[in-house]
Design a protein around this ligand. Structure first.
Ligand SMILES: NC(=O)C1=CN([C@@H]2O[C@H](COP(=O)(O)OP(=O)(O)OC[C@H]3O[C@@H](n4cnc5c(N)ncnc54)[C@H](OP(=O)(O)O)[C@@H]3O)[C@@H](O)[C@H]2O)C=CC1
Ligand SMILES: CC(=O)N[C@@H](CCC(=O)OP(=O)(O)O)C(=O)O
Length: 346
């Protein structure tokens, strides 16, 4: 068993980590931190955990967590990860950060889009971007993993085989993405009140959402040249789930059948990415509570554009499930250990 600490355990991704970790056969939770709910049982804060988690949340210092744990998950807002990760490295504790502080190879991009001065560019350069389907080998030997953002996970998985194969016109990528409200975290802000979100649908962060450079970083790495995308997220009145619909002009003559083979081959070893059969378009409901990413596409012959759709659960494959998938790789366990079950669709 590996001893695991979760800092920020009572936020949405922290609680999802506890839910998934409590069913994982090789994880022993040793410390759950919370400032707000210190002294309260985790199963009181999230009663769905009754019978699965007997821990009491405490306002442990990072040092107290790191002295007990072999791996620490950071489920905190941006701007808190670096000092904890530095101390973890000094102590030989491995880190999986669910925030964005260590996702960018070039910290100038982080500084520009997050408006935060990066305190440790060397650490950012050393961290591995934790998208297993793209960086499996580096994750296996990583000390620090930067778990991807939820939208980038759905978008990069949908586009990687196309870009790698050189089929898409790189300047033509348009992404229309939608997220459930849990993507914003467990916070009290007017925009996330039931009365504001329900029966409502709107874009946000238009032409300036901070997931744009994260998507571009990874697609550029895959393409071997700079990629720029148009990315527009929308808030939709569901609790969990992301659906990304993506439009790309094709630059080579290729049939849909050939492209399907390209995708099948690219994801042959990937337990969580499923290319659905022709005509079966992804639904967020089908991946609800699971670590799967469902993808499909079709060639619009009239326009020469490929239209793709990709669905994930933002809290699972978009955050905590993916973090456990990374843990599995870091410890040389089967990649799908403790995560291999379908979504909750009836
Ligand atoms: N929600 C999602 O779908 C996804 C989120 N992420 C990222 O994961 C991280 C966590 O997100 P999420 O769980 O949604 O966020 P939440 O807001 O739900 O939870 C964050 C937790 O961090 C703790 N916290 C808040 N402020 C501070 C602070 N100043 N210092 C220390 N602890 C603090 C709080 O717990 P307490 O007050 O009890 O200590 C809070 O519960 C974020 O970086 C987010 O961007 C990534 C992918 C998807
Ligand atoms: C609906 C909603 O607000 N979603 C969040 C994305 C959450 C996420 O992926 O988190 P990171 O902050 O770790 O990148 C947003 O748009 O900021």
């Amino acid at each position: 068993m590996v001893k695991v600490g979760i800092i920020g355990a009572t936020g949405y991704t922290g609680a999802e980590l506890v839910r998934l970790a409590s069913r994982h056969p090789r994880v022993e939770l040793v410390a759950l931190t919370s400032q707000t709910f210190s002294g309260q049982e985790m199963a009181r804060v999230y009663p769905s955990l009754y019978g699965f988690c007997s821990h009491t949340c405490k306002n442990f210092s990072p040092e107290e967590v790191l002295s007990q744990a072999e791996v620490v998950f950071l489920a905190l807002p941006h701007g808190h990860a670096v000092p904890i990760a530095e101390e973890a490295l000094r102590r030989g504790v491995r880190v999986i950060d669910l925030g964005a502080d260590l996702r960018f190879r070039d910290v100038r991009v982080y500084e520009e889009w997050y408006g935060i001065k990066h305190p440790n560019p060397e650490l950012a350069a050393r961290a591995v971007y934790g998208l297993p389907e793209i960086h499996r080998e580096e994750i296996a030997s990583a000390q620090v993993v930067a778990n991807p953002g939820c939208y980038p996970t759905s978008v990069i998985l949908a586009l990687a085989p196309l870009i790698k194969g050189g089929y898409g016109e790189l300047e033509s990528i348009v992404i229309d993405a939608k997220s459930g409200v849990s993507g914003a975290g467990r916070k009290t802000e007017i925009a996330y009140l039931f009365t504001e979100c329900n029966e409502n649908l709107h874009p946000y962060g238009v032409a300036r959402h901070r997931h744009t450079p994260e998507i571009e970083q990874e697609l550029s790495l895959i393409a071997g040249q700079e990629v720029r995308v148009s990315f527009t997220p929308h808030l939709v009145p569901i609790t969990r789930g992301i659906l990304s619909t993506i439009y790309v002009n094709l630059k080579v003559q290729v049939s849909e059948e050939e492209l399907r083979q390209v995708y099948e081959e690219f994801y042959r070893e990937a337990p969580f990415v499923k290319l659905l059969p022709p005509g079966l378009w992804p639904h967020t409901r089908w991946v609800y509570g699971s670590n799967f990413c469902h993808i499909n596409f079709t060639l619009d012959r009239r326009t020469g554009r490929l239209i793709l759709a990709s669905a994930i659960d933002n809290l699972t494959k978009g955050a905590s499930g993916q973090a456990l998938q990374n843990l599995n790789l870091m410890f040389g366990w089967p990649e799908a250990l403790g995560l291999d079950y379908p979504g909750l669709s009836p």
